[in-house]
Design a protein around this ligand. Structure first.
Ligand code: UDP
Ligand code: MG
Length: 354
């Protein structure tokens, strides 16, 4: 394998024992003609409990071009993707699910689209092999994401995506934020394309996501707003939420106060402020609105001093040449990252010049 691969396949896996070896074979068969000796597969074990971990380590030791990042426990798909991105060195990064639902034969189409000049290419499972309930929920979710983000994608949650290197540098995905990574990157100026992909039925084991995904999805949309439109000015977001409270509280308070003043001049008119229970409502509304503004101000401060941790912990990185201990690997990854030129434009240029 060459030192700087052209293509990195990043595969997060959580209890995918039966599919992993087949997947690696299928990817290798497609990647080799596409980028001879210049591809790598980064498998990320997200705290599996079914033996995936051992198989992954074995694949990494035995197969050239395959690397395994073993996380200490299950941190979720976003964290697993982040761990994989940090380890990947390719100019083009392609993410795929490990359950064989995504077909490696589609990889050349993703690369072609990136070469056309796009920064992110998203798969669109046009014909999905999921339950009706999942397909309907996905339609609603995608509709709302489209509205909120303004990125016209049919299937923002598709795990099959391709990125130019600059897109994943300085990317921070937590929790379930991988579901709208395209929206976040579009907000950063990435040119986004979509291609329809074949979607197979899950061959082994159950889906890793249950009904809880709908509950999470609703909150994730709020996060999406905060991550895109309001990411640089969280105060605007909180002010927008607080404003109706302040306006309503102000109107009620003003009405009560006017009556009180009128009553002071003429006892037959108006009423004293303290005899109206509505006063409690006005005070409650005003205080809620005020609190929102203050929370917004704190968010602005937090934004300026944000040194959040990375959100996952690696136990071991297994590669054919040199297995490394977790923290050393993290430290060297960090050192490499700080040494690498940060300008996204330079990265992009060096790629397009090829
Ligand atoms: N996955 C993961 N960590 C998790 C849950 C899932 O790495 O906590 C991986 C999983 O192994 C698979 C991919 O994310 O490779 C997508 O998961 P799944 O197929 O269960 O999702 P679905 O296709 O049902 O949306
Ligand atoms: Mg799946």
């Amino acid at each position: 394998m060459s030192d700087t691969p052209r293509l990195s396949l990043v595969i997060p896996a959580y209890n995918e024992l039966q599919s992993l070896a087949t997947l690696v074979d299928e990817i290798a068969a497609v990647a080799e003609p596409l980028a001879p000796a210049a591809w790598e597969i980064i498998l990320v074990d997200d705290g599996s409990t079914d033996g995936t971990t051992a198989l992954m380590a074995r694949l990494a030791r035995e197969r050239p071009g395959v690397k395994a990042v073993l996380l200490r426990r299950n941190f979720g798909k976003s964290a697993a993707l982040m761990a994989g991105f940090r380890e990947a060195r390719g100019e083009i990064l392609i993410t795929m699910d490990a359950d064989l639902q995504d077909d490696p034969k589609e990889i050349p189409a993703f690369v072609e689209k990136i070469e056309e000049g796009f920064d992110v290419v998203c798969g669109w499972k046009r014909k999905r092999h999921d339950t009706l309930e999942r397909r309907l929920a996905s339609r609603v979710f995608n509709g709302v994401v489209r509205k909120v983000s303004g990125v016209p994608l049919h299937d923002s949650n598709c795990g099959f995506k391709a990125y130019r290197r600059w897109c994943v540098e300085n990317l921070e995905l937590r929790g379930n934020q991988h579901r709208f990574v395209a929206a976040v990157l579009s907000w950063r100026g990435a040119r986004i394309a979509e291609i329809p992909v074949v979607h197979h039925e899950r061959r082994y084991g159950p889906s890793k996501y249950g009904v809880a995904r709908y509950f999470h999805g609703a909150f994730d949309l709020l996060t999406l707003l905060l991550l895109t439109k309001f990411s640089q000015n969280p105060l605007y977001f909180f002010a927008l939420v607080g404003l109706p409270f302040v306006v309503l509280g102000g109107i009620i308070g003003g009405y009560l106060l006017t009556n009180h003043i009128v009553h002071l001049f003429d006892e037959a008119l108006g009423f004293p402020l303290t005899t109206r229970p509505l006063l409690i409502v006005a005070v409650f509304l005003l205080l809620t609105g005020l609190l929102m503004f203050l929370i917004g101000l704190i968010a602005e401060l937090v934004l300026r001093s944000a040194t959040l941790g990375r959100g996952y912990w690696v136990r071991e990185v297994v590669a054919r040449q040199r297995p490394a201990v977790a923290d050393e690997a993290a430290a060297s990854a960090h050192a490499a990252e700080t040494a690498r030129p940060k300008s996204p434009d330079r990265t992009r240029q060096s790629f397009t010049e090829r």
